[in-house]
Design a protein around this ligand. Sequence first.
Ligand SMILES: [Zn+2]
Length: 375
Amino acid sequence: MSGFSFTLSATDGRARSGVIRTPRGEIRTPAFMPVGTAGTVKAMLPESVRATGADILLGNTYHLMLRPGAERIARLGGLHRFMNWSRPILTDSGGFQVMSLSELRKLTEEGVTFSSHVDGSRHFLSPETSMEIQRLLGSDIVMAFDECPALPATHERQAEAMRLSMRWAQRSRDAFGDRPGHALFGIMQGGVERDLREESAAALRRIGFDGYAIGGLAVGEGQEAMLSVLDYATHLLPAEQPRYLMGVGKPDDIVGAVQRGVDMMDCVLPSRSGRTGQAWTRRGQINIKNARHADDPRPLDETCTCPACTGYSRAYLHHVFRAGEMISGMLLTWHNLHYYQQIMQQMREAIAAGTLEDWVAGFHAERAGGDIEPL
Ligand SMILES: [Zn+2]
């Protein structure tokens, strides 16, 4: 009895809907996970994030270990209590951020030594230390420690990084041990190289995990390349466990991934866009700083039930963005997260009804007919 389970309730083509059960609550899939990098989904209260329909948040090991520190969070009762979010939390392993954000990195078989981008202090991350930090945080879904090479990367470099990640996956599995109610996910690597993806999936399946992530995508390869990897990558993973596509994405990326059998995704995009004046809607993207909105009494989307759309005009949102008021980021982030969760809810319902293909056609038709603006 692990206290963690995944039940598939419906399939439609390759798309799946189901429920992940954890001691901290259920996660309806396909699920979108808002990113709470440093113990907060920026500009949102936890209850507001929940009100958008989120069942689970993502926290970043790299950011939290550097500031305020995993031991401090553990002493204060764990990440859930610290950030006032009682539902499930997935933490990444720190592997991706240490490669993209830290300085003076030294990568060895053992792990990565690096300098903090915050204060320059030296730290060490390895499969064992990453498992320990994620345990101190109290994460419900723990990610194996991996290396995601920067693109462009040669086949040889991708192969080397993937094989190191698979050795680290075994060490992560060994260090994680047996923790009832907590899950450990392995991460498939291999870039856009099919032979490497196959080798990686086979290695992970031999080790055995509670769920399987697809890493190393959404790192600049473009949507077409990403979806063509997903065309075969989800087939390589066990059908009876959740599949998590890391760091994706734009609304149409998410829809394409769900159509290819992905169950979970996370991305900073809806919250980050909200702070830079970008709204995602069913009719495309709205750039609220554009002068054309200055006198527009309409909401962002007249069919949206979020607080930004029920209470405020585009003209007001334009004004508060231009004036640098904090409420601008708050309202646009709320709207974007609400829109993302609406897409997930509608896809879950369409999969259950066996009508996903029609829903996807409508999704694309509505966007094509809308007022999409360039970034
Ligand atoms: Zn809205």
